[in-house]
Ligand binder design. Structure first.
Ligand SMILES: C[S@@+](CC[C@H](N)C(=O)[O-])C[C@H]1O[C@@H](n2cnc3c(N)ncnc32)[C@H](O)[C@@H]1O
Length: 236
């Protein structure tokens, strides 16, 4: 029954009008991707979550399990900011960020799956939210504007980047002066967190990869039930 439901959902998604997402490729033929390392600095890279599973991202129990409200309150988001929700999926956090930055700010919702962006924009429309910009990224380039983004939020996505070095380099270039990257990942150190090991990361591993790519740890928030929240800035 659930499979049938997912199939119907997929058919509906595919039949919807084409999404007008920004696409940095400018209509040019996409370039072939370099091979993914598959294992990066000792960590096996997880497979991308498929859009057919998007309903899981908006499940009723998510707020209780992850305390997303507490996470959002501790990001330092202010009115007027430009925030990127990297790997935004169907917009569970994007829409709330859009309210937090207000009409004078904007949220760039980046995803590599067009279907996820379609779901995001349908949900934004239902709520009359107009300050969300969908961006169809590639696995090596999120197509963000350079030097303009105050905060890049990555919830449960960094461990899925097939090309972490290229993504981190592009994210680094996109940061405005004083801009930060907030990584939210399920805690690998904690066996009580009921998530498959491939989809968890330890603080040590996160820090190792970020430092190797020109970032420095500037803040941590340790009060979330299942996840690390770590803030990184450019290490000049
Ligand atoms: C597990 S989902 C999390 C979605 C959302 N952040 C949330 O917490 O509800 C991961 C999302 O990241 C996207 N993704 C994976 N690799 C990406 C990349 N290199 N750039 C942008 N999005 C990516 C996937 O398509 C998927 O929608």
């Amino acid at each position: 029954m659930k499979r049938l439901h997912l199939l119907v959902l997929a058919l509906v998604a595919l039949s919807l009008a084409p999404l007008h997402a920004q696409d940095g490729a400018g209509g040019a033929k996409p370039q072939p991707l370099p091979p993914s390392p598959e294992v990066y600095m000792g960590r096996r890279i997880a497979q991308t979550m498929h859009y057919l599973g998007a309903e899981w991202l908006t499940r009723d129990t998510r707020e209780r399990e992850e305390r997303a409200t507490l996470m959002l309150e501790n990001l330092g988001v202010e009115k007027g900011m430009t925030v990127c929700d990297m790997g935004c999926g169907n917009g569970y956090h994007t829409l709330r960020l859009a309210e937090m930055v207000g009409p004078e700010g904007k949220v760039l919702g980046v995803d590599i799956q067009r279907e996820m962006l379609q779901f995001l924009m349908e949900r934004a429309k239902e709520r009359n939210i107009e300050n969300v910009v969908p961006i169809h990224g590639s696995p090596i380039d999120p197509h963000l504007p350079e030097g303009e983004v105050d905060l890049i939020l990555c919830v449960d996505v960094y461990h899925e980047f097939s090309h972490p070095e290229q993504m981190l380099a592009a994210m680094r270039r996109s940061l405005a002066p004083g801009g930060r990257v907030a990584l939210v990942e399920f805690r690998a150190e904690d066996p009580q967190v009921p998530i498959k090991p491939l989809h968890k990361m330890s603080k040590a591993q996160i820090n190792k990869e970020m430092v190797a790519n020109g970032f420095k740890l500037v803040e941590e928030y340790d009060e979330l039930p299942w996840q690390h929240l770590m803030f990184f800035a450019k290490d000049e």
